[in-house]
Design a protein around this ligand. Structure first.
Ligand code: S3P
Length: 423
């Protein structure tokens, strides 16, 4: 689908966003293996989280979605699926679910779309194999994965890459393992799995990037609410910061400290962002944000900050090029996301006449660059579609975005919301 986005003068309004994608995946998986019923309100409407629900239903969980967008799951023992599981575009689904599948008393196969077929899985195969699993993959790393479930034992695993998906995969396998499971992180990554496991009744402690899950967890179903997705909010934060005279309120956004480095980063660059009201739900912080157009300084993202902002870098690149510039380092993980995001950022910026200097693990954008009207291409990547829609608001004429439907992977109503708030 080709979407046309016209330049805007300002961003105004009050919006609520779909439930957080990361939290939705975790709640759905844990509810499916917990005993008894769970209710998950504000479950992400994105296609990725639907892929997780489809997989859990194919594994025997009872899954229903009601008209209020609540997901009702009755979990318990999983059963052998009759067909290959389809993770769609979702790296979180295939990587985290593999941890559960590795411990089941059956064999399963899981694959996804063309983009997923190019994403590396060796990072989960290695620790799961150490735990006693047997997994086959194309060229030893690419989906489809054939997972022959086995009794697992806990391990003490130091993550070679900063990855919440890998950490979560090992912890989910650890639920079924004999003995404790310990995961050591090189830098802190999002901790939704740890928080959710505790909420479902597991005995889990984290201190100084070492997470210990005690063996013998018995998970119980729960009533849960998913906060709005801060990574989706980021596109609108950037739009409002860029357009003069903008003021936007985003209600009910997840503010987990392992995700909210985004807000500290933006405020550090001069952004006027106020957190209006903070509450807690099932161990997760949630609050409303008010953002106003601001004068933004030069940005620099490297080291642990890169891992903390990894999903937001496409939007922050747009902000940097339009304002005072941005340098990103230590971001080789960007090359193995839904697309090689360094390459897809570069190619779309080039179409808009924006110069981007690429390095092996990052890039540099000088500031104050003019965005020219252009034909853009999401390359099937939701965050590229949304980032360049925001760039289009700041362009000197209407831009078209091919493959715009990919925004639906995390945010199906993105273009409607953008139209509502852009003036
Ligand atoms: C996610 C972790 C991150 C992130 C992805 C979602 C998660 O991936 O980029 O969008 O929900 O755990 P990595 O674990 O590969 O860094």
């Amino acid at each position: 689908m080709r979407q046309v986005v016209s330049p805007a003068k300002a961003i105004h309004g009050v919006v609520s966003l779909p439930g957080d994608k990361s939290i939705s995946h975790r709640y759905a998986m844990l509810a499916s293996i917990a005993e008894g019923p769970s209710t998950i309100a504000n479950y992400s409407t994105g296609a990725d989280c639907q892929s997780t629900l489809n997989c859990m239903a194919a594994l025997g969980a009872s899954v229903e979605r009601d008209a209020q967008n609540r997901v009702l799951i009755h979990g318990g023992a999983l059963r052998e699926p009759v067909a290959q599981l389809d993770a769609g575009n979702s790296g979180s689904t295939i990587r985290m679910l593999s941890g559960i599948l590795a411990a089941q008393p059956f064999t399963s196969s899981i694959a996804g779309d063309e983009s997923l077929a190019r994403r590396p899985m060796a990072r989960i195969i290695k620790p799961l194999t150490e735990m006693g699993a047997s997994i086959e993959a194309r060229e030893g790393t690419y989906p489809p994965l054939v997972i022959c479930g086995r009794p697992l034992h806990g391990i003490d695993y130091s993550l070679p890459v900063a990855s919440a998906q890998v950490k979560s995969c090992v912890l989910l396998a650890g639920i079924f393992a004999e003995g404790d499971t310990i995961v050591r992180e090189p830098v802190r990554t999002r901790d939704h799995t740890e928080i959710a496991l505790k909420e479902f009744g597991a005995d889990i402690v984290s201190a100084k990037r070492v997470i210990t899950l005690r063996a013998g967890a018995r998970l119980q179903g729960r009533e849960l609410f998913v906060p709005g997705d801060l990574s989706s909010a980021c596109f609108f934060l950037v739009a409002a910061l860029l357009m003069p005279d903008s003021e936007l309120v985003i209600q009910g956004v997840g503010l987990n400290p392992t995700r909210s480095a985004l807000l500290d980063y933006l405020v550090g660059l001069g952004a006027s962002i106020k957190v209006l009201d903070v509450r807690q739900t099932a161990g997760e912080l949630i609050g409303d944000l008010r953002v106003r157009a601001s004068r933004i300084h030069r940005g620099s993202i490297d080291g642990p900050l890169t891992a903390a902002l990894i999903d937001e870098i496409p939007a922050l690149a747009v902000l940097g090029a339009a304002t005072a510039g941005l340098t990103v380092r230590d971001a080789s993980e960007l090359r193995v996301k839904e697309t090689d995001r360094i390459a897809t950022l570069e190619s779309n910026f080039k179409r808009m006449g924006v110069a981007m200097e690429v390095t092996a693990d990052g890039f540099h954008l000088s500031g104050g660059q003019k965005f020219h009207a252009a034909e853009l291409d999401s390359c099937g990547d939701h965050r590229i579609a949304m980032a360049f829609s925001v760039a289009a608001l700041a362009a000197d004429g209407p831009c078209s975005i091919d493959g715009a439907e990919s925004a639906g992977v995390s945010f199906p109503g993105f273009f409607d919301t953008l139209r509502e708030i852009a003036q």
